[in-house]
Ligand binder design. Structure first.
Ligand code: GLC
Ligand code: CA
Length: 554
């Protein structure tokens, strides 16, 4: 093992950090096998540095049969051989740390994959064994146990229970999987499960990892008493919001995170964590508390339409909630699970995502010019807010969703487990275009594991790198300015009483962000125009644009 470089500095570095999400299999392919890898990431450290981000978050790179894009983990303390080795991982951390970029990794504690040694042991050991107790096995109902234990649906398909074949060849027990059947849920009442994750957190922390993104953080503890939970939908609105829901967000889950916090605090600086917890908003502070994970994703803007009033309300609410937890909030428009925001903002509010995917992105047809204008404006808006911002690879290129992937090449279990009835998450996971031409637009020298659309080259890094008017240049300038201007975590709203389609706030140092949600140009206030997402002519900010203006502070 190499001697790791550890980044020191303030314990609070994460509070207003810009974190760039890398989906490793789709970032950069160093050996041209069509799959992105750690050496590919190392080769692009200069690019990451040029963006001006504070940290990267890597989606899972662990050994996996890829039933769910790597969120089905075979071995939590290793690297998928197709992606690299632990040695490559160490080199990658060192290369990033040398440029002052910190590293988050993804921890998937709700479920392992069905290839994990523990699940294989559970299958082989049979009912009632300690091996089965690490997962959630139940006998079926009915005379021969052929009826599943409950009518719970899974996220990706019709049922959350799958029946196993026992070692003697007979049909036997059922196991629980909230996601794909290749993702059996752990039993978090089992002390071995708890210990193993502590081991994993120390393993990566010792290798120099600075932070963790905790997958489905609200699902670990379940009430497994009879009658077993029945549920037909995972919609947050059907979840109880007082900690007593049988399936999600139970109060007991925080005991686990308190024990993790003790581990994080063994390090200098303490390791940080952010919860992916799709819970009612009033339940978020608990995950973000100082004795818990410390920060929780706020996904509210993912569903907020292009509307000034709604944006302002969402922002206000989240700033207040984060303070309650002693944390800072997170802003995010895109990630590996949702439609890219340059496309979303070009579609009518409330469009039907499933129908849109089923029509390969033609019904309705997005207005890409409008979508990109709004996406750039929205990104500048969140970059001016207090709190941390999560960017998703490719958004700095203004990439659109790529729903035209042929159905038989889709990889998302959601898509092919519900034929004709679901959307796909593959259209935002297509390998990045680095070059204008070439077999995979510079992703590698050969192909890419998901097909790239023909228009990708025009949005490539090469096409945008030295063009001052490109989306990439806008991101770089905005991130550089943000670094200089970032100040205390609060804002003051500036009301435009005669035009409610403006979101305008200022920070203590006179840094104003003004977003025009309307259809007509608006006059900017006095001060230096630092940057704008569309050209400002004679102090007029066009529709669907954001400008940053600096005024003198008194
Ligand atoms: C999270 C991940 C998603 C994955 C799921 C199951 O929501 O972001 O990609 O499918 O958890 O692990
Ligand atoms: Ca590769």
């Amino acid at each position: 093992m190499s001697i790791h470089t550890f980044l020191k500095g303030s314990e609070d570095w994460w509070r207003q950090a810009v974190v760039y999400q890398i989906y490793p299999r789709s970032f950069a392919d160093s050996n041209s096998d069509g799959i992105g890898d750690l050496k590919g990431i190392i080769s692009r450290v200069p690019y990451l540095k040029s963006l001006g981000i504070d940290a990267v978050w890597l989606s899972p790179f662990y050994p996996s049969a890829l039933a769910d894009g790597g969120y089905d983990v075979d071995d939590y303390r290793n690297v998928d051989p197709r992606i690299g080795t632990l040695k490559d991982f160490d080199k990658m951390i060192d290369a990033l740390h040398a440029e002052g970029i910190r590293v988050f990794v993804d921890i998937v504690p709700n479920h392992s994959s069905d290839q994990h040694v523990w699940f294989q042991a559970a299958l082989n050991a049979g009912p009632g064994s300690p091996e089965r107790d690490r997962y959630i096995f139940r006998n079926g109902k009915g005379e021969h146990g052929a009826i599943r234990p409950s009518e719970l649906v899974s996220h990706f398909g019709p049922t959350a229970w799958t029946r196993v074949t026992e070692p003697d060849g007979s049909l036997g027990q059922w196991y629980l999987h909230l996601f794909a059947k290749e993702q059996p849920d752990f039993n978090w009442d089992n002390p071995e499960v708890r210990e193993d994750f502590i081991h994993t957190l120390r393993f990566w922390s010792n290798r120099g990892v600075d932070g963790f993104r905790i997958d489905v953080a609200h699902a670990l503890v379940k009430d497994l008493s009879e009658p077993l939970f029945e549920r037909q939908s995972y919609d947050v609105s059907v979840m109880k919001d007082d900690g007593t829901d049988k399936l999600f967000d139970r109060d007991e889950v925080h005991k686990i995170y308190r024990s993790w916090r003790k581990v994080f605090n063994e390090y200098d600086p303490p390791r940080v964590a952010v919860a992916e917890a799709w819970v009612p908003a009033n339940r978020r502070p608990a995950y973000a508390s100082k004795d818990g994970l410390g920060q929780a994703f706020n996904f509210d803007l993912l569903g907020t339409p292009w509307n000034a009033k709604k944006f302002r309300k969402t922002i206000d609410y989240n700033l207040v909630e984060a303070i309650k937890a002693g944390s800072s909030t997170t802003w995010v428009f895109s990630n590996h699970d949702v439609i890219r925001h340059a496309t979303r903002f070009g579609l009518p509010a409330g469009f039907d995502w499933v129908r849109w995917y089923q029509s390969q992105g033609t019904d309705p047809k997005p207005n890409n010019i409008l979508g990109l204008a709004r996406a750039k404006a929205a990104t500048m808006l969140i970059l001016a807010l207090p709190g941390s911002t999560y960017l998703y690879q490719g958004e700095e290129l203004g990439l659109f969703e790529a729903p035209e992937i042929p159905s038989d090449q889709m990889q998302d279990p959601q898509w092919f487990r519900n034929p004709g009835k679901a959307g796909s998450r593959d259209g935002c996971r297509v390998p990045l275009p680095w070059a204008i031409e070439g077999k995979s637009f510079g992703f590698g020298k050969k192909g890419s594991h998901l097909p790239q659309p023909t228009w990708f080259g025009d949005l490539s890094v090469e096409a945008q790198d030295s063009n001052p008017d490109s989306t990439l240049s806008l991101y770089r300038e905005a991130l550089a300015l943000r670094k200089q201007l970032q100040t205390e975590e609060s804002l003051t709203w500036v009301d435009h009483f005669f035009n409610r389609k403006v979101v305008h706030f200022k920070r203590q140092n006179g840094w104003h962000s003004i977003t025009n949600f309307g259809d007509m140009a608006i006059k900017l206030p006095a001060g230096d125009v630092l940057l704008s997402s569309a050209p400002v002519v004679g102090r007029w900010l066009p529709a669907n644009a954001t400008a940053w203006v600096q005024t003198a502070t008194v």
